[in-house]
Design a protein around this ligand. Structure first.
Ligand SMILES: [Mg+2]
Length: 272
């Protein structure tokens, strides 16, 4: 049974939950604004998309008049930053847009991390959703794996991670390639595979929330069963399914997994 009285924090998906493309879903957004201002709930905002900096999501959310701080934005770039720090990596080949590479360089300046292509020195290669992807970047990833992959270089094998698993990104012109598709291209090339894939449904993305709240005090709110519900299930926390995005009542009828904790038309109805 879903009990809103026990909840202190909601982790909200953006598209289909609070926004439909660029437009806010008004009742859901009003609900968030009201409870942010009253301090009744804490909100976090979840996105797998690593083609943009967290600051661009800040702009989008605050553009809908929701009061928001940088630490409320959860993107796999935060997981990547924590991962680099944890492992003490200093030399990383990051395939990402210029803006995202600049952001990561700034975030990790204090740790002296260099984002560079250095076949001898690179300790990690990381693939983000790079909308400026070139053949040369793909070639370099393959070359690093060929000369430093676990098969040829077991002692000092290069680590490999990807920011999220999505095969495609929805667009107004239909699905377009995302990190999952790029990973398939690389795997077909020489068998290379990442050691970790961050982002939904990996619960690693929720680490900053779980550090502050108990699982029973948190709920994930989203419109996709295979990403939003999956991350909630993987972290052992309640899932609020909204019907304002991708999932339809028919999808729910056909769904074989454990049902969501609660199903609502729009997020605000969770408090009905
Ligand atoms: Mg969504």
């Amino acid at each position: 049974m879903f009990d809103i009285k026990k909840k202190k924090a909601f982790v909200c998906d953006l598209d289909g939950t609070l926004f439909m493309g660029p437009n806010p879903i008004k009742p859901a957004v009003d609900f968030v604004i009201e409870n942010t201002n009253s301090g009744r709930f804490n909100y976090f905002y979840l996105t797998n998309n690593t083609s943009k900096n967290p600051s661009e999501y800040l702009k989008k959310i605050s553009g809908a008049a929701i009061p928001v701080k940088p630490e409320q934005i959860l993107t796999p770039l935060i997981t990547l930053e924590a991962y680099i720090r944890e492992h003490g990596y200093r030399s990383v080949y990051l395939v990402a847009s210029e803006a995202v590479r600049g952001h990561m360089t700034e975030q990790l300046a204090d740790a002296g991390v260099k984002f560079e292509f250095n076949p001898e020195g690179n300790e990690l290669m990381a693939l983000a959703y790079d909308k400026e992807l070139t053949y040369e970047k793909l070639r370099r990833l393959a070359v690093l794996w060929n000369c430093r992959g676990p098969q040829v270089c077991p002692d000092r094998a290069i680590d490999f991670v990807a920011t999220h698993p999505d095969n495609c990104c929805p667009s107004e012109d239909g699905p377009i390639p995302d990190v999952g598709g790029m990973l398939k291209l690389l795997e077909t090339t020489n068998g290379m595979k990442p050691n970790h894939v961050f982002g939904k449904p990996s619960p690693s993305l929720l680490a900053p929330v779980l550090a502050k709240f108990k699982p029973e005090e948190i709920a994930v709110v989203g419109d996709r069963l295979y990403t939003d519900k999956a991350i909630a299930d993987n972290a052992g926390i309640d899932f609020v399914c909204v019907l304002s995005g991708e999932t339809t009542p028919e999808d729910l009828r056909n769904y074989r997994g454990t049902p969501p904790a609660i199903v609502v038309n729009t997020f605000n109805e969770v408090d009905a």
